[in-house]
Write a protein that binds this ligand. Structure first.
Ligand SMILES: [Mg+2]
Length: 403
């Protein structure tokens, strides 16, 4: 039995405490017994959150604003940010300056040639800073010689979208994630065992079924404020696992929105002292993994009789399964290997499959779409830690560009 959490060091004591212990059956007693231990090792949870408030009310120059530049580091899944003060309110993203950073500290360049460049691509309102003009700036990244960094998948997606703009590709992405305490245990799980088996938690209600709804609802409000096409949330099948959705949005916006919404989620979780993991299989065994089901449509699939275009797209996808698996997690399929096991509402990683209303397939056509004869389809393969730029790029290249 192993507990896998990306980026977290799991103590030997903890993994030992997980192995061989029987499942805790009583939902309510499990949370009562161990509640005093939750977050006891979380430095952020120990801080007094009211102190910053004293400074947020200070008057600052009206012609200045704060901009948080956000980018994806060399892992292809982790977010980095740095802040700067600007003295001109941008009207559009091209008004914003490029900015250099030390790429050797983000796995993006060598030390001897480490200047890496952030190019602003999209602007969001900042829900964390106090000024009404403060912004988050979604950036992509370039090496000193001007080429995109290897983890810059946005550049390729933009060029694909430029070729198919007339087909109006829409994407809607369902982001699943898991909350952990700083020791790597799923948040709210008992210290010496497991919660009762899956069943009562999906879309659940009640203190013994869902944990940290406050965090989830704060995230929704902050994303709406920021300008993200945020479209909903639900508690997931495994306790401490949640989902939210962005889109459907035209072109690249769903991907930009997903990255910025992940940043906002992690920032809010910081305040609670809780860790967010996007690992696609945070707990081995009979516990659902986490995905980023991607819903895709075009002008042709949404038009009358669009089911024909959907079937054609699925036929093309069936011939490029490997390409898509490689694009659907940051380790070219290695992360998804743990998740796409053909059980727990997943398909097998080795074989392409599709079906109407079936959740154990690679691509699902919703029943409502089959009935209406038009609409969209859902690619269920992308993992929760996927880069949406790479996912959308693969879908466009296979289904629309015939590459
Ligand atoms: Mg889900």
């Amino acid at each position: 039995m192993a507990l896998r959490c990306v980026g977290l060091l799991l103590s030997k004591e903890l993994s030992a405490s997980f192995s061989g212990l029987r499942q805790t059956r009583a939902l309510s007693s499990s949370s009562r017994l161990f509640s005093s231990d939750f977050l006891k090792n979380s430095p952020n949870n120990a801080l007094d959150k009211s102190i910053l408030g004293r400074y947020r009310h200070l008057e600052t120059p009206s012609d200045r604003l704060q901009a948080t530049y956000l980018w994806i580091d060399g892992t292809g899944e982790n977010i980095r940010v740095k802040d700067r003060v600007l003295n001109k309110i941008p009207k559009e993203v091209s008004d914003l300056p490029k900015w250099q950073y030390d790429g050797s500290s983000t796995y993006q360049s060598q030390g001897e040639n480490s200047d890496t460049t952030l190019v602003p691509r999209a602007i969001y309102r900042d829900p964390f800073k106090p000024g009404k003009n403060d912004i988050i700036v979604m950036c992509d990244t370039y090496l000193a010689d001007g080429r995109p960094t290897p983890s810059n998948k946005r550049n390729a997606l933009q060029s694909a979208i430029d070729k198919v703009g007339h087909e109006e590709p829409w994407f809607g992405i369902e982001q699943e994630y898991t909350l952990l305490d700083v020791d790597g245990r799923p948040f709210g799980w008992p210290a010496n065992g497991y919660p009762a088996a899956q069943g009562p938690y999906y879309c659940g209600v009640g203190a013994d079924r869902v944990y940290a709804r406050d965090l989830v609802e704060a995230h929704t409000l902050a994303c709406l404020y920021a300008g993200i096409d945020f479209s909903g949330t639900n508690a997931e099948v495994m306790p401490a696992q949640w989902e939210y959705q962005v889109g459907p949005s035209l072109g690249i916006k769903a991907s930009d929105d997903l990255w910025v919404s992940r940043y906002i989620l992690q920032r809010i979780a910081e305040e609670f002292g809780i860790v967010v993991t996007f690992d696609p299989k945070p707990v081995e065994g009979p516990w659902n993994g986490a995905g980023a089901h991607t819903n895709f449509s075009t002008k042709a699939t949404r038009a009358e009789g669009g089911i024909k275009a959907i079937e054609e797209a699925i036929e093309k996808l069936s011939k490029h399964h490997e390409r898509h698996i490689k694009a659907y997690d940051p380790k070219e399929g290695k992360d998804n290997e743990r998740r796409l096991v053909g059980r727990l509402e997943t398909s097998s990683i080795d074989k392409f499959s599709w079906g109407v209303a079936n959740r154990s397939v690679s691509v699902r056509v919703p029943q409502g779409v089959a009935n209406a004869g038009k609409g969209y389809f859902e690619d269920r393969r992308p993992s929760s830690n996927c880069d949406p730029y790479a996912v959308c790029d693969a879908l466009i290249r296979t289904c629309l560009l015939d590459e």
